[in-house]
Design a protein around this ligand. Structure first.
Ligand SMILES: [Zn+2]
Ligand SMILES: [Zn+2]
Length: 265
């Protein structure tokens, strides 16, 4: 089985057919879903989904493009929600220099504050970056070094939609972070496949980032978790291995990172 390690199933895009979307995913071998919230409201929505579907697990936090929703009181709400049994991470959090929707220093400050919460709760983080990979690496490494007990013996988080270099990935792996890859691995342009060739399967996961980043040949349509095997197949081709190998390793990595109370098949 596959796990979709990042899909925003609370969006309106799915409100009329989520049961069908999940059934199609299961039919294509995608059995569990990590749903990262983007603010305190979508966190509550994501938790409601997780209470309805045993296959859904949740991350709670403020996305760097949603910092207009952020207040210290609302971060306390996130702290409370993080105690829910189906919350497995703080996320998605990070910094985004592409849209620059809030000042960069402010983004870094709120990112750090949310990592502090993850450290206190001893949870892993789901990190969003755009044109900001190295700054985000510097911030997480600083937190990892000053908190050696954070997820001791386990993994501390994932950089999702990873666009960094193999060298940057190596720095993350050394500090117990993983990276994950979405639909754009199937695009002709881009450097993801060169990086994957170097880093292999030890520390990677697959994700759709639904409803965004739809893989070829469905590009232009709404994305959904049932497309995960397309990404797995592409990674198998890049690494000249089997899709079963990619499936087994990425699923084991997701279970390990999020400490999911499930068995890999
Ligand atoms: Zn993101
Ligand atoms: Zn996302």
């Amino acid at each position: 089985m596959f796990i979709d390690s990042h899909c925003h199933l609370f969006y309106e895009d799915y409100q009329n057919d989520l049961a069908d979307v999940l059934a199609r995913a299961v039919d294509s071998g995608v059995k569990y879903f990590i749903v990262p919230a983007t603010n305190h409201k979508t966190a509550a929505q994501a938790i409601a989904l997780a209470e309805r579907y045993s296959s859904i697990f949740v991350a709670v936090g403020f996305h760097p493009l949603d910092l207009n929703e952020y207040t210290p009181e609302r971060l306390n709400l996130i702290d409370e929600m993080s105690r829910h049994p189906k919350v497995v991470a703080i996320g998605e959090i990070g910094i985004d220099y592409f849209y620059d929707r809030s000042p960069r220093e402010y983004q870094k400050e709120i990112f750090s504050r949310q990592i502090d919460l993850a450290v206190q709760r001893d949870l892993p983080i789901i990190v969003h970056t755009r044109d900001s990979v190295q700054d985000a690496i510097d911030i997480v490494v600083r937190h990892a070094e000053s908190n050696p007990g954070w997820k001791e013996g386990g993994k501390r988080g994932v950089f999702h939609c990873f666009t960094g270099s193999a060298q940057q990935a190596a720095e993350l792996f050394k500090n117990q972070f993983l990276v994950s890859y979405p639909g754009p691995v199937t695009f002709k342009k881009g450097t993801m496949s060169d990086v994957i060739k170097v880093i292999g399967l030890d520390n990677i996961m697959v994700e759709t980032d639904s409803p965004y980043l739809t893989p070829v040949p469905h590009r232009g349509k709404r994305n959904e978790p049932s497309f995960i095997p397309i990404i797995g197949q592409k990674i198998a081709e890049i690494l000249q291995t089997t899709i079963m190998d990619v499936e087994a390793r990425t699923t084991a990595n997701a279970i390990d990172l999020f400490q999911l109370p499930i068995q890999s098949e």
